[in-house]
Design a protein around this ligand. Structure first.
Ligand code: SAH
Length: 364
């Protein structure tokens, strides 16, 4: 068995059948796959892990995704909005602590007041950090004009998860209406690439109705889309959402976790020089979840630097880790964790996706 796995690991081109094989591994075979592919990856890409200080600055949202705890239709979500000054303070904290980059994430809004406000915040962050902090944003679907305005204001990476690349499944986890349209979301990804962002996407793993074959297709989708960064993690049900009614159809949390690590390791074989994030949701299942991801393929980790007062309210899913500690605690705890995973933090570096530079110079 381990011979077949070694053969797959050493192939130049992975087929869909190979991916399905890897994603389905369990027990000793799985351990062998993760260990061997993890070693290959560190040999190729090196030992460095990059920090992105994560600021989840608002949970107001105009969307109604069936899986998400901060969906518009959840009357029990305690809504909050962090003011500009505190967001900029958080970015300064990241800068002073040598994080290299920040990620600004929030529920989705596209009204003028919101888009202009983001433009100002981006400029101000660049200003107060002498242009030294790299900025990733994850603010959902916007017009080309807005994406351009934010790019010009200083954001250079954008994360927009496709959530699943399977259209049928997409409409099982979203309402089918003009506010939630699969093609629109796909077009947004193309637009981000056209504008010049390092472009990230991703999926949830272990959704109700999802099959291993669809996950293999998700990986091939990232490759076909020539994506620069991926953030993907386990789906975790939230009691106050419509998808909760399907909880009996879900894989066990452990299986969702295991398949998530298989996905990360397989993606690293498929796309050796992209950035892959160790998603926070991994840690909601296993206290060492993100460190395991770093060992097997992830090279980006996102310490939460949201002011603590509001952390507990960005509850996309329940059991979210680290909602009760401050940014300082988080940073100490994380650097120890990264070292435990045998990796080294690339301090003061943007840690851009190598894939992006190859893509934009026409190499791949
Ligand atoms: N408004 C932004 C950010 C969304 S929240 C946008 O549309 O891109 C960030 C990610 O959290 C989502 O893309 C989704 O993949 C993930 N997420 C939401 N609910 C989740 C759940 N119940 N379990 C796991 N991940 C979830």
């Amino acid at each position: 068995m381990s011979e077949i796995i070694s053969q797959i690991i050493n192939k130049d081109q992975l087929s869909k059948a190979d991916l399905i094989h890897l994603l389905s591994l369990e027990g000793d075979d799985r351990d062998f796959f993760l260990r061997e592919s993890g070693n290959k990856y560190i040999e190729n890409l090196g030992n460095k892990v990059y920090y992105r200080g994560l600021v989840e600055f608002s949970n107001y949202c105009t969307k109604d995704c069936y899986y998400c705890g901060i969906r518009k239709g959840n009357p029990n979500a305690e809504r909050y909005e962090i003011d500009d000054k505190s967001i900029i303070e958080a970015a300064k904290f990241a800068h002073e602590n040598h994080y290299g980059s920040v990620v600004l994430q929030a529920g989705e809004r596209s009204d003028d007041a919101f888009t202009k406000r983001i433009t100002n915040i981006l400029k101000e962050i660049k200003n107060v950090t002498n242009g030294e902090v790299g900025i990733t944003i994850s603010l959902g679907e916007q017009t080309e004009e807005t994406y351009r305005e934010w790019f010009e204001a200083g954001a250079h990476r954008y994360l927009l998860r496709i959530e699943t690349s399977n259209k049928d499944l997409y409409y099982k986890i979203h309402p089918e209406n003009k506010n939630h349209n699969f093609e629109d979301r796909l077009n947004c990804i193309h637009t981000l690439q056209k504008i010049g962002y390092q472009t990230g996407t991703g999926v949830m793993i272990g959704l109700p109705f999802q099959e291993i074959e669809q996950l293999a297709n998700d990986l091939l989708f990232f490759k076909a889309m020539n994506i620069d960064m991926v953030g993907m993690g386990p789906f975790i049900e939230h009691t106050e959402t419509p998808l909760y009614q399907h909880k009996d159809k879900l894989w066990s949390l452990q299986r969702r976790f295991d398949v998530s690590l298989n996905m990360i390791a397989a993606l690293r074989l498929l796309m050796p020089n992209i950035n892959i994030a160790a998603a926070t949701a991994l840690q909601a299942i296993d206290p060492m979840g993100r460190e395991k991801a770093l060992r097997y393929g992830a090279n980006v980790i996102m310490p939460n630097i949201t002011p603590t007062l509001h952390r507990k309210d960005y509850t996309l899913y329940e059991n979210k880790p680290c909602t009760d500690e401050g940014a300082e605690d988080c940073s100490n705890c994380l650097s120890i964790r990264v070292e435990m995973a045998g990796r080294k933090v690339g301090l003061d570096e943007w840690g851009d996706s190598k894939h992006y530079f190859n893509r934009t110079s026409g190499k791949q």
